[in-house]
Write a protein that binds this ligand. Structure first.
Ligand SMILES: NC(=O)c1ccc[n+]([C@@H]2O[C@H](COP(=O)([O-])OP(=O)(O)OC[C@H]3O[C@@H](n4cnc5c(N)ncnc54)[C@H](O)[C@@H]3O)[C@@H](O)[C@H]2O)c1
Ligand SMILES: O=c1ccn([C@@H]2O[C@H](COP(=O)(O)OP(=O)(O)O[C@H]3O[C@H](CO)[C@@H](O)[C@H](O)[C@H]3O)[C@@H](O)[C@H]2O)c(=O)[nH]1
Length: 433
């Protein structure tokens, strides 16, 4: 099938490369010329394991990138993978997505053929009306509501995680396809047919709004699960108990499951913070106050402060040199959006500490947020001469740190991810153990 993917960020570039790998003819469209040049050069525009190889394999043949919408009218299916950021009050801002939807509509106007436009972006159900309206505005005609219409709208929420995006995309737990039009359902499912031949997964057929609610409920559930284990973990710490021993045991109950029970600094990233905030704002706008979700956010917001308090109980932070190990919101990515490193660094600076930060891949991105702190080229360099260290991201390489701690002025390590191996020489504390 001929597929256009509009927006080539974390989701769009993974989607475009993976669909090309499934045998589709894919055009990745982005307004950012650097992103387009990277894909056409056979490189991934972001750091994501396996993506470079996939793009290198298909660029110039079944995968092409461009800044124009000219070829959209040739598409069987057009995916919109555009950012949907949060406004100041947490509510979703669909402005950029609407602009792309309108441009897509303009490109499809008067084509006289069947087209399916699918939102991959995460959008709260009530805001989908605005995305549809933008597409309709561009088209200059109504969208299909039954088999007689030519241009149909659908949603197909994405469940991939950064750091394992390619693997997650090709091995999904489920596919959720949301549209009100029968032919559109069939066409969207046909896109994923080659994927399902390689990896069987249930297909949930529903309407566009329910599909998006499934996406929000999925993320809300996982974020709340991590917050609950953090809340319980904080209790364990007060009782001088090891939250990981408790988590491992409760995870044996299949109704709870072992996943997403790693307590510590809490959740960051481009999705959990934004999506919980958007769902809370949309629910409140509709007249309901989602108390559990609000509590999940509150617990999450408190974890960096707890790490700083533990560090301050060992080191006078005023004028101290503190190593921050890890800047990405999780291992395997260069994404620093809502990384827990941000409140940790802010808190250290507020307390008068000098920060020396290290991350294997996310330094450049964090430099844009904190241009004035010191960045080290290795964990060893960050630790050398430090009065204390805060471990923020669970990069595997931190597991191997050992003699590097000897170069610290005082060997205080507060671990937010249970990744460092404690030794007798270290003054080591975990966040929930
Ligand atoms: N990042 C994730 O792990 C993830 C996972 C699932 C769902 N989502 C959702 O997917 C959507 C995209 O997220 P992302 O992280 O890939 O965003 P991103 O910011 O990484 O990428 C968006 C891309 O769209 C491009 N763009 C903006 N306006 C454009 C236009 N008019 N035409 C063409 N390109 C345009 C930008 O240049 C950028 O490259 C969001 O709604 C997000 O919530 C993200
Ligand atoms: O036991 C755990 C698991 C995760 N986290 C943290 O939770 C955040 C999110 O992690 P993860 O879910 O692995 O990464 P994301 O890439 O943000 O993926 C989430 O958000 C995506 C965007 O919506 C969805 O597509 C995915 O299904 C969903 O897992 C990170 O800061 C992790 O450090 C923990 O603290 N403890």
């Amino acid at each position: 099938m001929e597929i256009k993917v509009i927006g080539s960020g974390y989701v769009g570039s993974t989607l475009a490369a993976s669909l090309a790998d499934l045998g589709h003819l894919v055009t990745a469209i982005d307004i950012d010329e650097d992103v387009v040049a990277a894909i056409n050069d056979g490189r991934a525009p972001i750091h994501e394991p396996g993506l470079d190889e996939l793009i290198a394999e298909h660029a110039g043949t079944t995968l092409r990138a461009t800044t124009t919408y000219d070829s959209v009218a040739d598409a069987d299916v057009t995916f919109l993978a555009i950012q949907t950021p949060a406004r100041e009050d947490g509510s979703i801002d669909t402005g950029v997505l609407e602009a792309a939807a309108e441009m897509t509509g303009e490109a499809l106007a008067n084509s006289g053929d069947h087209h399916l436009v699918v939102a991959k972006s995460t959008v709260v159900p009530p805001a989908l009306a605005d995305v549809r309206a933008a597409l309709r505005r561009g088209l200059g005609e109504d969208l299909a509501t039954d088999d007689t219409g030519l241009v149909a709208f659908g949603t197909n929420p994405e469940f991939l995680r950064e750091g394992t995006a390619v693997e997650d995309f090709t091995h999904p737990d489920k596919l959720v396809v949301g549209t009100d039009v029968d032919w559109a359902h069939e066409r969207l499912e046909a896109v994923f047919e080659p994927l399902l031949e390689r990896h069987d997964a249930p297909v949930v057929r529903t309407d566009p709004e329910t599909a998006m609610m499934i996406k929000y409920a999925n993320n809300a559930f996982l974020a709340a699960k991590v917050s609950l284990i953090n809340d319980l973990g904080n209790v364990c710490k007060e009782f001088s108990l090891d939250a990981y021993e408790v988590a491992d045991a409760i995870g044996l109950d299949h109704r709870i499951s072992e996943h997403f029970l790693r307590s510590g600094l809490g959740w960051g990233g481009s999705c959990f913070p934004k999506d919980t905030a958007a769902l809370i704002a949309a629910a409140q706008e509709a007249g309901y106050d989602p108390a559990m979700l609000t509590a999940a956010v509150e617990v999450n917001d408190r974890q960096p402060e707890r790490l700083l308090d533990i560090l301050a109980s060992h080191v006078d932070l005023e004028g101290a040199r503190i190593a921050v190990l890890g800047l990405a919101f999780k291992p395997g990515t260069d994404d620093v959006r809502h990384s827990r490193a941000i409140p940790v660094i802010e808190g250290l600076l507020d307390r008068g500490a000098d920060v020396v930060a290290y991350d294997p891949v996310a330094t450049d991105n964090m430099r844009e947020r904190f241009p004035d702190i010191e960045y080290a080229g290795s964990a060893a360099e960050a630790l050398s001469g430090a009065d204390g260290a805060a471990v923020v991201t669970g990069w595997d390489e931190f597991r191997a740190l050992d003699a590097e701690f000897d170069a610290m002025t005082s060997p205080v390590v507060v671990d937010g991810r249970r990744i460092v191996e404690p030794t007798d020489e270290l003054i080591y504390e975990g966040l929930t153990w």
